[in-house]
Design a protein around this ligand. Structure first.
Ligand SMILES: NC(=O)c1ccc[n+]([C@@H]2O[C@H](COP(=O)([O-])OP(=O)(O)OC[C@H]3O[C@@H](n4cnc5c(N)ncnc54)[C@H](O)[C@@H]3O)[C@@H](O)[C@H]2O)c1
Length: 253
């Protein structure tokens, strides 16, 4: 028996990296997939990869930092599939680096708008529906930066810490409504987001990042997807309000 058979799984930021790997893993477990992402263009090819596993998968163009777009995306899930069983609030950006005194307001507001407000907007509408259904699972995508500081990334760190608080609060509020809410905290994962650091052309910087992980390597999107499937399915039926660190030991230090 597949772990997510007949479940509707909604994934934000599902056209790339971790979100795409989670979509493919959920599709392999029998789920109906809805991807919400602000990217179209070349990245829509990612939908072909997802549809190769789940032909009924659909794509909704949605910027998670725009409240009305999130509201209509969740409504589209319900009007298409009639239910929302699992939501992965994964869309996120890194933001322009800088020490706090040097961070410009535009960069701060952009990261908070997507990485924190965007997840709150999604949770609000997902929970409205899950409360009606009296069941559902939410998984938020935080980071090791949701548990410890990271120099020159105050916007990202603040947003990702916020997701742990949102997750725990939602877990408490809906624990008796059949709804579980958990959060994943990945270490550095080899995705297009990380490519922006250009580590392949900067071996010293790459080695510094690897050395922060006791396993001395980057993680893969598939390793995060395995954690997502565990939290999404009934194998984790007594787990809510938990942060799952998938980080090669980063946070154990
Ligand atoms: N890669 C890492 O090392 C790492 C580590 C810890 C946490 N994370 C988190 O995992 C999540 C996914 O990261 P990734 O590495 O797969 O990144 P990625 O850049 O490969 O993918 C992010 C996806 O989110 C989408 N997106 C960005 N802004 C959006 C918006 N406003 N509305 C809708 N979609 C939007 C992008 O179009 C893209 O498809 C992010 O929340 C990130 O913070 C990543």
């Amino acid at each position: 028996m597949k772990k997510l058979e007949h479940k509707t799984v909604f994934i934000t930021g599902g056209l790339s990296g971790i979100g795409k790997a989670c979509a493919i893993a959920a599709a392999k477990e029998g789920a109906d997939i809805v991807i919400a992402d602000r990217e179209r263009g070349a990245n829509i090819k990612a939908m072909d990869d997802i549809k190769a596993v789940q032909p009924a998968a659909i794509f909704i163009e949605c910027n998670v930092s725009v409240y009305a777009e999130v509201e209509s995306a969740v409504q589209k899930v319900i009007s298409t599939f009639g239910t929302l069983d699992v939501a992965l609030n994964n869309a996120g950006i890194g933001g322009k680096p800088g020490k706090i005194a040097d961070l410009d307001m535009e960069s701060w507001l952009k990261v908070i708008g997507i990485d924190l407000n965007g997840v709150f907007f999604c949770m609000k509408h997902e929970l409205m529906q899950m409360e009606k259904q009296k069941k559902g699972v939410i998984v938020n995508m935080s980071s090791i930066s949701g548990e410890v500081g990271y120099a020159k990334s105050a916007h990202y760190v603040a947003a990702k810490h916020g997701l742990l608080g949102l997750t725990q609060t939602a877990a408490l509020e809906y624990a008796t409504n059949g709804i579980r809410v958990n959060v994943i905290c990945p270490g550095f994962i080899d995705t297009p987001l990380l490519n922006k650091l250009d580590l392949n052309n900067q071996p010293e910087r790459r080695q510094i990042i690897l050395s922060k992980h006791p396993m001395n390597r980057l993680g893969t999107s598939e390793e995060i997807a395995a954690g997502f499937i565990f939290l999404a399915c009934d194998d984790s039926s007594f787990i809510t309000g938990t942060a799952l660190n998938i980080d090669g030991g980063y946070l154990a230090q």
